[in-house]
Design a binder for this molecule. Sequence first.
Ligand SMILES: [Zn+2]
Length: 604
Amino acid sequence: MPLTLDQLNSAPADAALPLLDGLYEHSPWIAEAALAQRPFVSLAQLKFILAQVVSSAPLEAQHGLIRAHPELAGKAMVSQSLTAESTHEQSKAGLTNCSAEEFAQLQQLNADYKAKFGWPFVLAVRGPRGLGLSRAEIIATFERRLRGHPDFELQECLRNIHRIAEIRLNDKFGVSPDLGDRVWDWQEHLSQYSEAPGQLTVTYLTDAHRACAAFIREQMQVCGFDRVAVDAVGNVVGRYDGMTAGQTLLTGSHYDTVRNGGKYDGRLGIFVPMACVHALHRAGQRLPFAIEVVAFAEEEGQRFKATFLGSGALTGDFNPAWLDQRDADGVSMRNAMQQAGLCETNETNTVLKRIASLQRDPAQYLGFVEVHIEQGPVLNALNLPLGIVTSINASARYQGEVVGTACHAGTTPMNQRADAACAVAEFMLACEQRARQDGDSVATVGQLLVPNGSVNVVPGRCQFSLDLRAPSNAQRDALQVDLLRALADICAQRKVSHHLTESMRASAAPSAPEWQSRWENAVASLGLPIHRMPSGAGHDAMKLHDIMPQAMLFVRGQNAGISHNPLESTTSDDMQLAVAAFGHLLDQLAQVSSVGSNSFGQVD
Ligand SMILES: [Zn+2]
């Protein structure tokens, strides 16, 4: 019989501890400390509390926990002396069926890892979906993490230990994140469409992109949307009608990717609401408002420089000059649109008229919400599955150049140089220091070039980029004023000249307070702490912000939250929580509309 939260909450202390036996390898102190915080309102809360116990334990105890783990495919597995839980996990990942070569490779990795870090390599081998990683994935992860820094690797081992405990806990409670699995599987399926072999690249209106649209459209139909269509810019739009013809909740995210990107960026925000609509449809339930889920065709600006084209079309922001932009193969956007069957003609007036008709009337909408993978390390480091976005950061970008004097590297004394690259280097450190002062501002020099530089020449020119972001326009502007002044001072002191051109500027998109608080209520209802954070990345929500209230929910990424990278990952358990939070938001809106409903409730 699976364990229930009621049983766990009501058991006397000495009877409760054995109920959580085996969650953390040979370390009952963790469950013991967590049980002191009973009652738990949800499994998600229990998992968080367990992780908190470990985070607040002394370093020695954390090391002890890691050392209590067996090596992967190690001697303990061979001699069958693993715990029952570890045996199950290692066999599920196929480690008991290693070829002689794989086995030898793992032994070498075990030895190298132990020599470098002093503890065994810990990996949640059942993976983000719980089905087991492949041996190739395990070996690749092992090799990658072997190159890591010990401080990072210690935390990464602990995070994997929490993931192992999460899966063990699900098993104990007989819980499986079915809706999260569904969302995970959709994304896995969608990731097979790519224009580059061996990596995930889906750019605007390529064959892979159109295959993605077709799959999303088909799945929306399966989910029970009343109307599903591809619009004039390639957005896939699914509409689930309300009880009456009233207002509509708008939601969604993008399905295009950067080159060699991750499987969840954008797509998660399409599939989470789809899972909710599917659940409503199966329950034969209608809400007092309609739900419109839009899979935006273009957000990343990869094939054409037309970032946010998909969501911009809904706000009436489409630049007609884009139609004549050509991709790397010389294909114009207007021809790409015609080839994709979005318009029978490529004639300007007709195309623009069709696109203009996509503009939404804000009076018809309640607001816009977007679920997105965090794309950063914050939630992962806090052991929190969900975060609430307070604002999409304001940004400004520049291209700059410092000009000094190119001269002989051997004959020019250090005090008689005008080194352009040194000036930029000093400026970079000033950026780092100034942005840090704010706590939540960021400043990045991502491109650095010494044109025609040579090993024996003092750099006479140095070109660079500058990217500034902050949660409010005022904070960004203050950062900008200080950094531009710092650049001028550094250049004056070093007797070099400089120029800087602004290439992009975007206003902050603060979350609408009532919508942000709906996400907060939803997260609190799951028994999880509320963590508010700005979004450092731009999202479709910042376009919709121009015409209606918006707020976003972030979902934790694995692998320290890495994104725009094939290592981007999140678990089906976290996706389940995102679906539950979205369902709770729908329930809140339904209650405001005076008709109660409670079809999602808690995951557990
Ligand atoms: Zn995105």
